[in-house]
Design a protein around this ligand. Structure first.
Ligand SMILES: O=C(O)c1ccccc1NCC(=O)[C@H](O)[C@H](O)COP(=O)(O)O
Length: 210
Protein backbone atom coordinates (compact mmCIF):
# COMPACT_ATOMS: atom_id res chain seq x y z
CA UNK A 1 0.00 0.00 0.00
CA UNK A 2 1.34 3.40 -0.96
CA UNK A 3 1.83 5.68 2.03
CA UNK A 4 -0.10 8.94 2.12
CA UNK A 5 1.05 12.16 3.74
CA UNK A 6 -1.51 14.94 3.96
CA UNK A 7 0.53 18.05 4.61
CA UNK A 8 -0.22 21.52 5.92
CA UNK A 9 -3.11 20.54 8.18
CA UNK A 10 -4.09 23.19 10.68
CA UNK A 11 -7.50 22.33 12.15
CA UNK A 12 -8.81 19.48 14.31
CA UNK A 13 -11.50 18.65 11.74
CA UNK A 14 -9.06 18.17 8.89
CA UNK A 15 -6.66 16.17 11.07
CA UNK A 16 -9.53 13.83 11.96
CA UNK A 17 -10.60 13.63 8.30
CA UNK A 18 -7.08 12.74 7.12
CA UNK A 19 -6.78 10.03 9.79
CA UNK A 20 -10.24 8.63 8.98
CA UNK A 21 -9.49 8.67 5.25
CA UNK A 22 -6.41 6.49 5.76
CA UNK A 23 -3.44 8.86 5.77
CA UNK A 24 -0.26 7.21 7.03
CA UNK A 25 1.37 10.58 7.82
CA UNK A 26 0.09 14.04 8.66
CA UNK A 27 2.23 17.13 8.13
CA UNK A 28 2.29 20.31 10.24
CA UNK A 29 4.09 23.31 8.77
CA UNK A 30 6.07 25.50 11.17
CA UNK A 31 7.17 28.34 8.89
CA UNK A 32 5.56 31.74 9.60
CA UNK A 33 5.40 32.97 5.96
CA UNK A 34 3.28 29.96 4.97
CA UNK A 35 -0.54 30.14 4.90
CA UNK A 36 -0.34 26.71 6.58
CA UNK A 37 1.87 27.82 9.49
CA UNK A 38 0.87 26.54 12.92
CA UNK A 39 2.35 27.74 16.20
CA UNK A 40 4.07 25.14 18.35
CA UNK A 41 1.21 25.22 20.83
CA UNK A 42 -1.38 24.61 18.10
CA UNK A 43 0.84 21.94 16.56
CA UNK A 44 1.01 20.14 19.91
CA UNK A 45 -2.78 20.20 20.26
CA UNK A 46 -3.23 18.89 16.70
CA UNK A 47 -0.59 16.23 17.23
CA UNK A 48 -2.43 15.00 20.33
CA UNK A 49 -5.38 13.98 18.10
CA UNK A 50 -3.22 11.73 15.92
CA UNK A 51 -3.34 8.02 16.76
CA UNK A 52 -0.08 6.10 17.23
CA UNK A 53 -0.48 4.28 13.91
CA UNK A 54 -0.33 7.58 12.01
CA UNK A 55 2.99 9.41 12.03
CA UNK A 56 3.30 13.14 12.64
CA UNK A 57 5.74 15.14 10.53
CA UNK A 58 6.75 18.72 11.41
CA UNK A 59 8.12 20.76 8.49
CA UNK A 60 10.85 23.31 9.04
CA UNK A 61 12.94 25.58 6.84
CA UNK A 62 16.57 26.16 7.86
CA UNK A 63 15.80 25.91 11.59
CA UNK A 64 18.33 26.61 14.30
CA UNK A 65 19.03 24.19 17.13
CA UNK A 66 16.88 26.12 19.60
CA UNK A 67 13.84 25.92 17.34
CA UNK A 68 14.32 22.20 16.76
CA UNK A 69 14.61 21.66 20.50
CA UNK A 70 11.40 23.60 21.10
CA UNK A 71 9.56 21.62 18.40
CA UNK A 72 10.69 18.27 19.75
CA UNK A 73 9.86 19.22 23.35
CA UNK A 74 6.49 20.80 22.57
CA UNK A 75 5.08 18.82 19.64
CA UNK A 76 6.91 15.48 19.97
CA UNK A 77 6.83 14.72 16.24
CA UNK A 78 7.80 11.33 14.85
CA UNK A 79 9.58 12.99 11.95
CA UNK A 80 11.25 16.33 11.17
CA UNK A 81 11.06 17.32 7.48
CA UNK A 82 13.75 19.75 6.39
CA UNK A 83 12.54 21.92 3.54
CA UNK A 84 15.26 24.56 3.23
CA UNK A 85 18.93 24.45 2.28
CA UNK A 86 20.03 22.27 5.21
CA UNK A 87 23.32 20.47 4.57
CA UNK A 88 23.49 16.67 4.86
CA UNK A 89 25.59 16.88 8.02
CA UNK A 90 23.11 19.26 9.66
CA UNK A 91 20.25 16.83 8.98
CA UNK A 92 22.28 13.94 10.38
CA UNK A 93 23.28 15.88 13.51
CA UNK A 94 19.67 16.94 14.16
CA UNK A 95 18.37 13.40 13.78
CA UNK A 96 20.93 12.07 16.26
CA UNK A 97 20.66 14.96 18.70
CA UNK A 98 16.88 14.90 18.91
CA UNK A 99 16.46 11.14 18.36
CA UNK A 100 13.90 11.67 15.61
CA UNK A 101 13.44 10.40 12.05
CA UNK A 102 14.51 12.97 9.46
CA UNK A 103 13.30 13.64 5.91
CA UNK A 104 14.99 15.98 3.44
CA UNK A 105 13.02 17.69 0.67
CA UNK A 106 14.81 18.01 -2.66
CA UNK A 107 13.44 20.30 -5.37
CA UNK A 108 13.91 18.45 -8.65
CA UNK A 109 14.46 21.09 -11.33
CA UNK A 110 16.90 19.01 -13.35
CA UNK A 111 18.99 15.84 -13.13
CA UNK A 112 21.75 17.57 -11.17
CA UNK A 113 19.41 17.74 -8.19
CA UNK A 114 19.60 13.94 -8.05
CA UNK A 115 23.35 14.19 -7.46
CA UNK A 116 22.65 16.58 -4.61
CA UNK A 117 20.01 14.20 -3.28
CA UNK A 118 22.54 11.36 -3.16
CA UNK A 119 24.65 13.34 -0.66
CA UNK A 120 21.90 12.83 1.93
CA UNK A 121 22.32 9.03 1.92
CA UNK A 122 23.21 8.00 5.46
CA UNK A 123 22.27 11.49 6.72
CA UNK A 124 18.49 11.63 6.18
CA UNK A 125 16.09 8.74 6.67
CA UNK A 126 13.98 9.62 3.60
CA UNK A 127 14.10 11.96 0.61
CA UNK A 128 11.00 13.88 -0.45
CA UNK A 129 11.21 14.73 -4.16
CA UNK A 130 9.26 17.93 -4.75
CA UNK A 131 9.02 20.74 -7.29
CA UNK A 132 11.78 23.36 -6.94
CA UNK A 133 11.07 26.22 -4.50
CA UNK A 134 8.90 29.04 -5.88
CA UNK A 135 6.82 31.50 -3.88
CA UNK A 136 7.31 29.20 -0.88
CA UNK A 137 9.98 26.55 -0.31
CA UNK A 138 7.20 23.95 -0.71
CA UNK A 139 3.45 23.70 -0.96
CA UNK A 140 3.27 25.54 -4.29
CA UNK A 141 0.99 23.05 -6.05
CA UNK A 142 3.38 22.60 -8.97
CA UNK A 143 4.55 19.24 -10.30
CA UNK A 144 8.07 18.55 -11.55
CA UNK A 145 9.03 16.40 -14.51
CA UNK A 146 8.53 12.86 -13.18
CA UNK A 147 10.74 11.53 -16.00
CA UNK A 148 13.69 12.81 -13.95
CA UNK A 149 13.12 9.83 -11.65
CA UNK A 150 13.16 7.26 -14.49
CA UNK A 151 16.78 6.25 -14.21
CA UNK A 152 17.42 7.51 -10.73
CA UNK A 153 19.31 5.18 -8.41
CA UNK A 154 17.75 6.49 -5.22
CA UNK A 155 18.96 3.77 -2.87
CA UNK A 156 17.07 4.97 0.20
CA UNK A 157 13.44 5.52 1.23
CA UNK A 158 11.74 8.34 -0.67
CA UNK A 159 8.42 10.05 -1.31
CA UNK A 160 6.85 11.99 -4.18
CA UNK A 161 5.39 15.49 -3.78
CA UNK A 162 4.59 18.49 -5.94
CA UNK A 163 1.29 19.28 -7.59
CA UNK A 164 -0.39 15.98 -6.71
CA UNK A 165 -4.19 15.98 -6.75
CA UNK A 166 -6.99 13.42 -6.55
CA UNK A 167 -7.13 13.30 -10.37
CA UNK A 168 -3.42 12.79 -11.07
CA UNK A 169 -2.05 10.87 -8.10
CA UNK A 170 -2.84 7.39 -9.46
CA UNK A 171 -0.98 8.21 -12.67
CA UNK A 172 1.92 9.59 -10.66
CA UNK A 173 2.19 6.37 -8.64
CA UNK A 174 2.06 4.25 -11.81
CA UNK A 175 4.64 6.44 -13.54
CA UNK A 176 7.15 6.71 -10.71
CA UNK A 177 6.49 3.74 -8.41
CA UNK A 178 6.47 6.13 -5.46
CA UNK A 179 6.19 4.27 -2.14
CA UNK A 180 4.69 7.33 -0.44
CA UNK A 181 2.89 10.39 -1.83
CA UNK A 182 2.57 13.82 -0.24
CA UNK A 183 -0.08 16.44 -0.98
CA UNK A 184 -0.94 19.90 0.25
CA UNK A 185 -2.41 22.34 -2.33
CA UNK A 186 -4.23 19.55 -4.17
CA UNK A 187 -6.56 18.99 -1.22
CA UNK A 188 -7.29 22.68 -0.57
CA UNK A 189 -10.12 25.00 -1.60
CA UNK A 190 -7.83 28.04 -1.08
CA UNK A 191 -4.22 28.40 0.10
CA UNK A 192 -4.07 26.95 3.59
CA UNK A 193 -7.73 25.87 3.62
CA UNK A 194 -8.01 22.10 3.51
CA UNK A 195 -11.11 20.52 1.95
CA UNK A 196 -12.33 17.33 3.61
CA UNK A 197 -13.97 15.97 0.44
CA UNK A 198 -10.70 16.44 -1.47
CA UNK A 199 -8.72 14.72 1.32
CA UNK A 200 -11.06 11.72 1.04
CA UNK A 201 -10.91 11.74 -2.77
CA UNK A 202 -7.10 11.85 -2.68
CA UNK A 203 -6.83 8.90 -0.27
CA UNK A 204 -9.38 6.90 -2.33
CA UNK A 205 -7.42 7.61 -5.51
CA UNK A 206 -4.19 6.36 -3.90
CA UNK A 207 -5.89 3.20 -2.63
CA UNK A 208 -7.40 2.50 -6.07
CA UNK A 209 -4.20 3.20 -8.01
CA UNK A 210 -3.01 0.21 -10.02
O1 LIG B 1 3.20 23.83 2.51
C1 LIG B 1 3.83 24.84 2.82
O2 LIG B 1 3.30 25.95 2.98
C2 LIG B 1 5.31 24.74 3.00
C3 LIG B 1 6.00 25.86 3.42
C4 LIG B 1 7.36 25.81 3.60
C5 LIG B 1 8.05 24.64 3.38
C6 LIG B 1 7.36 23.51 2.96
C7 LIG B 1 6.00 23.54 2.76
N1 LIG B 1 5.32 22.41 2.32
C8 LIG B 1 6.03 21.21 2.04
C9 LIG B 1 5.28 19.97 1.72
O3 LIG B 1 5.65 18.89 2.18
C10 LIG B 1 4.21 19.98 0.70
O4 LIG B 1 3.29 19.00 1.03
C11 LIG B 1 4.87 19.65 -0.64
O5 LIG B 1 5.73 20.70 -0.99
C12 LIG B 1 3.82 19.48 -1.76
O6 LIG B 1 3.04 20.62 -1.86
P1 LIG B 1 1.93 20.75 -3.00
O7 LIG B 1 2.64 20.82 -4.31
O8 LIG B 1 1.21 22.00 -2.66
O9 LIG B 1 1.06 19.54 -2.89
Amino acid sequence: MTGIKICGLSTPETIDAAVDAGASHIGLVHFPPSPRHVSLEDAAALRARVPDAVRTVVLVVDPDEALLGAIVDTVRPDILQFHGSEAPEAVAVSGAQFDVETWKAIGLGDASALDRASTYKGCADRLLFDAPPALLPGGNGEPFDWALLDRADIGMPWALAGGLRPDNVAGAIRRTGAPLVDVSSGVESAPGVKDIALIRAFCDAVRNAR
